[in-house]
Design a protein around this ligand. Structure first.
Ligand code: PGA
Length: 236
């Protein structure tokens, strides 16, 4: 299976800017030796979907709700995302966990995504405090176990992203050998694709991709700028 690059555009771009960036990804992804996906805001999904139509760029969403339909004001379901051409859905991003999302909620979301025929990208990773307390392995194990309890996981229907919370948006990328240990731990629990995320940029991406346990990257900040995104994709 080829390596996977996912750009998480968070809430940083206007819809017009997201469409322009998606258009810049199309030629960059054409020559890249990886699968490429971009995750714009919900409001831009339909326009970005059209912009990448027929290209090698796949559409991803940044979040989802677990019920498929019903009285859930403000929520978006996995079948709705599927109807827009979404292939991957990020769940359990640390910026959502920081707002109160629990392992149980993440597991329900991942199951709903899978049931809709899409692939959840489940984010796991410890906080700075948990790392300092030597609890990284325990935390990651619990986060992975929660997802496994939700539905039958296999190598094709789930991607896990190891994103240490202290490394996201901080410029403090996790040392590649340290990340590799966590990737190996996750793969020893469940043999799925594992991405690294957290302050990945053009200067350090090659050091992650060189590791056999790293199946790709989930990139925030650097993925939102066309020139940097092109550099990132060239690294595969
Ligand atoms: P970052 O974000 O690359 O800006 O650190 C990664 C992420 O949030 O997925």
């Amino acid at each position: 299976m080829s390596k996977l690059f996912v750009g998480n555009w968070k809430m940083v771009l206007s819809d017009d800017a997201a469409v322009a960036l998606a258009e810049a990804y199309v030629p960059a992804a054409k020559d890249a030796a990886c699968e490429t996906a971009v995750a714009p805001s919900f409001t831009a999904l339909e326009r970005v979907s059209k912009a990448i139509e027929g290209s090698k760029v796949a559409l991803a969403a940044q979040d989802v709700f677990w019920a498929s339909a019903g009285a859930y004001t403000g929520e978006i379901s996995a079948p709705m995302l599927a109807a827009l051409g979404v292939k991957y859905v990020i769940v359990g991003h640390s910026e959502r966990r920081a707002l109160g999302e629990t392992d149980e909620m993440v597991a329900k979301k991942a199951a709903a995504v899978s049931q809709a025929g899409l692939v959840p990208i489940v984010c796991v990773g410890e906080t700075a405090e948990e790392k300092a307390a030597g609890r990284r392995e325990e935390v990651v194990r619990a986060q992975v176990a929660a997802v496994l309890s939700g539905f039958p996981v296999d190598a094709t229907n789930v991607v896990i992203a190891y994103e240490p919370r202290w490394a996201i948006g901080t410029g403090l990328a996790c040392a590649p050998d340290e990340a590799a240990l966590v990737h190996e731990l996750i793969k020893s629990i469940v043999p799925v694709r594992v991405l690294y995320g957290g302050s990945v940029d053009a200067s350090n991406i090659a050091s992650y991709l060189a590791l056999p346990s790293v199946d790709g990257t989930l990139v925030g900040g650097a993925s939102t700028k066309a020139d940097q995104a092109a550099q990132l994709l060239k690294a595969f």
